[in-house]
Write a protein of this length. Sequence first.
Length: 139
Amino acid sequence: MAALDVPATALVEAVAVELKKSSEIKAPAWYGLVKMGPHAERVPEKADGWFVRCASLLRTGYKSDGVIGVRRLRNKYGGRREHVVSHAHHVKSGGKAIRLALQQLEKAGLMEKQKVGRRISSKGRALLDKTAAVMEKKG
């Protein structure tokens, strides 16, 4: 069962539970104190939001099947910024959280560094496929 055959939200939540068990992946101390970008109005509400972000990055690497970098991911996780007078437009997300999450995934062996970015490793691909297979069996 491939990871792309199950709903993305359910897969990311299930992988986040698996990532919580890992000793290499920990939410930074500042995670609950800062917004994730200039488009966000508030800090993240979910306590396990860091693990969900890491799982989402892992799935993005699986889906792209190529090299992903912080610049492209900042665009992906960015959002619409509202202004009082002028029109709203898209702004990039903050890069520190994405960079730190990628470094932690790399340390856990789920991503591997390339010359110009990062690529999902065979261990990361196996984690997503295994989690998708378990989800498919549960129904």
